[in-house]
Design a protein around this ligand. Structure first.
Ligand code: GNR
Ligand code: NI
Length: 169
C-alpha cells in the first residue's frame, strides 16, 4: 500500500476522460488499495483514478461516519443506470480543489453497475451521502468537477482563487 500524491486543479489531468479497465489484475487491486489509503490519509470520503494521475475508470469511497465501522467501496468501470427525478442540495468539497466548497444539486438516489475487485458485476442503489459521492467520483472519470455544477458566478470566483493559489505554490 502506498499514499499517492493528489493532483490539484488546474492540473489538466483532471479534465481528461478516464479509460475503462479491460482486465482486473493484481496491479488493478494494488492501485485500488493505494487509492483507499490515499483517501483515508487525506482524509476524504471518495477518490477517483485521475486524482492520482491514473486515467483509469477506478473509484474508491467510504461514506461511513466516524462512529461507524468503515465501509470501503472499490469500484471498477462504475456506471449510473438510473437516477431519481428528485434532487437535493449537498455541500461538496474536492481533494483536488482544496479549501473550496459549494452546494451542489444532484439526484438523491442512483442505481449503479460496476465490477468489484474480483471482477464480479454488481448492482446497487446508492442514497444519501453515498449517492452524492458516487456521482462526484464518476464525474471525475469524465473530466467533470463539482464546480461545473454551480453558477458561473460562483465557479469564476473559485477558479480565480484556484489559479492564484497555483501561481503561489
Ligand atoms: O472528501 C470529499 N467529500 C465530499 C463531500 C461531498 C460530496 C462529495 C465529496 S468527495 C470528496 C473527495 C473527493 O474529492 N473525491 O473526488
Ligand atoms: Ni473530488
Amino acid at each position: 500500500m502506498a499514499i499517492k500524491p493528489i493532483q490539484i486543479a488546474p492540473n489538466p489531468v483532471l479534465r481528461k476522460i478516464a479509460e475503462p479497465v479491460e482486465i482486473i489484475t493484481d496491479e488493478t487491486r494494488q492501485l485500488l488499495d493505494d487509492m483507499a489509503q490515499t483517501m483515508y490519509d487525506a482524509p476524504g470520503i471518495g477518490l477517483a483514478g485521475p486524482q492520482i494521475g491514473e486515467l483509469k475508470r477506478l473509484i474508491v469511497m467510504d461514506c461511513s461516519r466516524n462512529d461507524e465501522a468503515n465501509e470501503l467501496w472499490q469500484m471498477v468501470n462504475p456506471e449510473i443506470t438510473q437516477f431519481s427525478e428528485e434532487s437535493a442540495l449537498h455541500e461538496e468539497g474536492c481533494l483536488s480543489i482544496p479549501g473550496h466548497n459549494a452546494e451542489v444539486t444532484r439526484p438523491i438516489w442512483v442505481e449503479l453497475r460496476f465490477l468489484d475487485t474480483g471482477g464480479k458485476e454488481r448492482q446497487i442503489k446508492a442514497e444519501g451521502l453515498l449517492a452524492a459521492c458516487v456521482q462526484h467520483e464518476i464525474d471525475h472519470l469524465n473530466g467533470v468537477l463539482f464546480i461545473d455544477h454551480i453558477s458561473k458566478l460562483k465557479r469564476d470566483i473559485i477558479w480565480r482563487k484556484v489559479l492564484k493559489e497555483s501561481r503561489q505554490s
